[in-house]
Design a protein around this ligand. Structure first.
Ligand SMILES: Nc1ncnc2c1ncn2[C@@H]1O[C@H](COP(=O)(O)OP(=O)(O)OP(=O)(O)O)[C@@H](O)[C@H]1O
Ligand SMILES: [Mg+2]
Length: 213
């Protein structure tokens, strides 16, 4: 018996990676490619947020006016994710629309679990219990060196987590690489070399996506 889903089923894609690696750029391009391939218009989401409640949680989780322990950040991310899965992802998939989401479990695992020292196992337990359904069909980890990604973002305003400094972001980048190898939540995970020009990154993304359509 094949584990592959039927061809007509809508798919849930996640693009994740360090700040400035190209998530928003590649997510928009992937949505365009999926439509050109004849699929229904995909739903493009970002985390934390995308729902009204999730955007309010985002303002608390990332706002510079709050001081939050990484464990509290993880709990807020899980809450925003649960809301998004119930309110947006599940209905879109049920209606036959693919979902392309910027950030998901790998962000929580890398930023809070590893770099923030909440602990990988605690993050996996939390998210598997509270925010794991529907699960992504394919997780794409955009891997780019921290200095390349930060340079791409230029002098853009930093939120509270982005402002944590270079050493923190190096730990995050290393964690993402390990995520792609260890796949702590199971499922399909593909590492993409995001240091290349956009066209070549997009080609790698499409190749991985096409493999599961
Ligand atoms: N492969 C690439 N090569 C060169 N520049 C790129 C590439 N991908 C994206 N960029 C540019 O880098 C900048 C950051 O990209 P983008 O906003 O897509 O990243 P992001 O991962 O969504 O960032 P953030 O974490 O801040 O939301 C943009 O100006 C974008 O045009
Ligand atoms: Mg972005």
């Amino acid at each position: 018996m094949s584990k592959s889903p039927p061809r007509d089923r809508a798919r849930f894609f996640v693009l994740d990676g360090v700040d400035g690696c190209g998530k928003s750029t590649l997510a928009a391009r992937l949505c365009g490619e999926l439509e050109r391939a004849g699929r229904a218009q995909p739903l493009h989401l970002r985390e934390p947020g995308s729902t009204k409640a999730g955007e309010a949680i985002r303002a608390v989780a990332l706002g510079k006016q709050y001081e939050l322990a990484p464990a509290v950040e993880a709990l807020l991310m899980a809450a925003a994710r649960r809301q998004m899965l119930d309110e947006l992802v599940a209905p879109a998939l049920a209606a036959g629309r693919d979902v392309v989401c910027e950030r998901f479990h790998p962000s929580t695992w890398a930023y809070q679990g590893v770099a923030g020292a909440v602990g990988e196992k605690r993050v996996v337990e939390l998210l598997k219990r509270w925010a794991n359904e529907p699960a992504p069909d394919l997780v794409l980890i955009l891997d780019a060196p921290v200095e390349v990604a930060l340079a791409r973002r230029g002098g853009a305003e930093r939120d509270r987590i982005e402002a944590k400094g270079r050493a923190f972001h190096e730990r995050v980048a290393a964690a993402y690489r390990r995520f792609a190898e260890e796949k702590p939540f199971g499922g399909r995970v593909a590492a993409i070399d995001a240091s290349l020009p956009t066209e070549r990154v997009a080609a790698q993304v499409w190749e991985a996506v096409r493999g599961i359509l």
